[in-house]
Ligand binder design. Structure first.
Ligand code: BGC
Ligand code: CA
Length: 346
């Protein structure tokens, strides 16, 4: 009895020593690994943007994959600027003082990138911008900086083409009042975003260039978000009823708001033709159910891959242009593709 007690005491006394030893070993091993790893800081403009949150997931995934390919662990630290440029600047400062190897920035206000670029240049830390395009003059400040995104003109053209194709297939199904014109409304993203204006212009132009006459009933700014688009569409439905024949949306989230409004009014089944951009999960589901004509895929995975590849090339002293063929000078534009119902069946 006494012996057991004595052993117990010895064991108990040893526990902290053992823990300390394990702790030291684990800590030393980890920190050594951390030293070796490529540390990438990512700051997104706002985490409640559906497309950007899919970019965040894609970046985590690609950091793992690219790390395996180049035989290096990549540590990704992703933070959310919550739509505040001031917070974003402070977050970048923290990455710089924390000696991150590369920083990836999704600007809140794309016109003020020079502040961030100047600081990164001074610290010799490469910067990859994505999704919100800085002005070219700013990108030219520093050789280890570039932009990864998509070509808004291409997205607009593809979006417009989906309307053209649907019209050519069955004109009477879309031009419901049979006046030879398509009465439409358009939902646009943020006014300051490079993609909004260009997507709008080219989707319309593609339709009218094909010989279809378009008549705009309304345009509204939905800032890429579902709920302002829903509010707008409710107003428009009250005003125009079923005379809205086409809805062009700068992205899928706003198209989802439109669909919610149509559902609420019980007008979805016989509703207008709706097209969007992004290739989001919800949009695909609406396409499958026949509520939405199609979407243009904004390839988050493709962009994330290129962002990580370029960042690693800069960090390891290789020329990213040689490694990433889609990067030309300061720009890498990842191609779009469309998804309509027939693509989902396959
Ligand atoms: C996407 C939008 C997104 C925006 C954020 C665009 O490229 O299509 O869905 O809200 O980027 O900057
Ligand atoms: Ca018509």
């Amino acid at each position: 009895m006494k012996r057991i007690k004595a052993w117990k005491i010895v064991c108990m006394a040893l526990i902290p020593v053992v823990l300390l030893l394990i702790g030291t070993v684990v800590f030393r091993g980890f920190s050594a690994k951390e030293e070796e790893a490529i540390k990438i800081g990512v700051v997104i403009y706002r985490g409640d943007d559906a497309f950007i949150s899919s970019m965040a997931v894609a970046l985590e995934k690609q950091a793992k994959l690219v790390g395996e390919e180049i035989g290096k662990k990549i540590i990704l630290n992703l933070v959310d600027a919550k739509n505040s440029q001031g917070s974003q600047n402070a977050q970048v400062d923290t990455f710089i003082s924390g000696k991150y190897d590369a920083i990836c920035v999704n600007m809140v206000d794309r016109t003020v990138a020079s502040t961030i670029i100047d600081k990164a240049k001074e610290a010799d830390i490469p910067i990859v911008f994505f999704n919100r395009e800085p002005v070219e003059k700013d990108l030219l400040i520093w050789e280890k900086t570039c932009y990864v995104g998509t070509d808004a003109r291409e997205a607009g053209k593809m979006e417009g083409q989906m309307v053209v194709d649907a019209y050519q297939d069955a004109p009477e199904a879309i031009d419901k009042n049979g006046d030879g014109k398509l009465q439409y409304v358009i939902l646009e993203g943020e006014e300051s975003h490079q993609d909004s204006l260009i997507r709008t212009e080219y989707s319309l132009k593609t339709i009218t260039d094909s010989g279809i006459e378009m008549q705009r009933l309304e345009r509204g700014i939905g800032n890429w978000m579902r709920s302002p688009a829903y509010e707008q569409m409710l107003l428009w439905l009250n005003r125009y009823g079923d005379s809205i024949e086409v809805v062009l949306s700068n992205n899928d989230e706003m198209a989802m708001g439109v669909i919610e409004a149509l559902k609420e009014k019980e007008m979805l089944e016989e509703g207008p033709l709706i097209v969007g951009i992004d290739g989001g999960k919800d949009a695909k589901e609406e396409i499958r159910q026949g509520h939405m004509q199609g979407t243009v895929v904004n390839d988050a995975d493709g962009q994330a891959r290129v962002i990580i590849q370029i960042a690693c090339a800069y960090v390891q002293g290789r020329d990213p242009e040689k490694e990433v063929p889609v990067l030309k000078g300061k720009y890498a534009f990842i191609p779009h593709y469309t998804v309509t119902k027939k693509d989902l069946k396959e």
